[in-house]
Design a protein around this ligand. Structure first.
Ligand SMILES: C[S@@+](CC[C@H](N)C(=O)[O-])C[C@H]1O[C@@H](n2cnc3c(N)ncnc32)[C@H](O)[C@@H]1O
Length: 245
């Protein structure tokens, strides 16, 4: 596997999330209780379930089946991995990939606490994942792809890792039209999952160009809402689904 030289964006994002891992604050003021059905997280200790840096619920979106292999991009403190692990059961497995050592340490400690023996956390970049070709059934991710400085490469890596027919179930921040230039240039806004947000059309095109079909990017809170009805240049949380051709 080739190595990846981290860009200044990777370094800035890693610094931001190392700090988050060291102190327990959640992202965007959100608590997991607002993102997930109460029943889904009821068996997870609240300090783990409340440490969410996500913007949606990719687990419900993924409709996981027992025995499946799941790959979580940017696994953070591990909450989505632990929820996925319960659904795929002992015959299934979950791989979380993250580039921030402090986050991985936190996730591994959490895995021991919840006895998640079918979950493994690997250090690596989304743009060059430490995952074998055609080895996973489902790719999930929660508020991470927007942080990448090279999203087309992340989409190619997702396609490479999935088995033929495998599926994508992602929560992410996207935009309808360009963000204000001042926001686009702010590294702080990038780390906060705003400045790196892709336009919906670019997101869809990027996934199709990487080899996905049945691509869908929809507003999380109102999937039926038309793009033309959304404010221009304002980031919003979306659900993203696709299938490897
Ligand atoms: C907003 S947090 C989301 C964490 C988790 N998915 C959740 O819902 O709580 C972003 C995470 O992705 C990781 N990350 C960001 N960019 C990455 C990249 N290019 N490669 C690998 N990990 C990345 C960060 O280290 C951080 O843990």
């Amino acid at each position: 596997m080739t190595t990846l030289t981290p860009t200044p964006t990777h370094e800035a994002v890693r610094g931001h999330y190392a700090e988050r891992a060291r102190n327990s604050s959640s992202c965007c003021g959100s608590k997991s209780n607002a993102l997930y059905d109460e029943q889904l997280i009821s068996e997870i200790p609240t300090d783990i379930s409340n440490f969410t840096l996500g913007c949606g619920d990719p687990i419900t979106l993924a409709a996981l089946r027992p025995g499946e292999t799941v790959l979580d991009l940017g696994s953070g403190g591990g909450l989505d991995c632990f929820l996925a692990a319960r659904q795929v059961g002992a015959q299934g497995r979950v791989i979380g990939v993250d580039m921030t050592p402090e986050m991985l340490a936190r996730a591994r400690a959490n895995a021991q606490r919840v006895n998640a023996t079918n979950v493994e956390f690997r250090e690596g970049y989304l743009e060059n994942m430490p995952v074998e070709d055609s080895s996973v059934d489902v790719v999930i991710s929660n508020c991470v792809i927007n942080l990448s400085p090279d999203k087309p490469q992340v989409f190619r890596e997702m396609c490479r890792a999935l088995k033929p027919g495998g599926r994508v179930a992602v929560s992410d921040i996207v935009t309808n039209g360009p963000l204000p230039e001042l926001v686009q240039k702010s590294m702080e806004a990038w780390g906060a999952c705003v400045a790196g947000a892709l336009d919906v059309k670019d997101y869809e095109r990027g996934l199709r160009e990487a080899g996905f079909t049945d691509v869908r990017v929809q507003p999380k809170d109102d999937p039926s809402k038309l793009l033309s009805a959304l404010p221009v240049g304002v980031p919003f949380s979306a659900t993203i689904t696709a299938r490897k051709a």
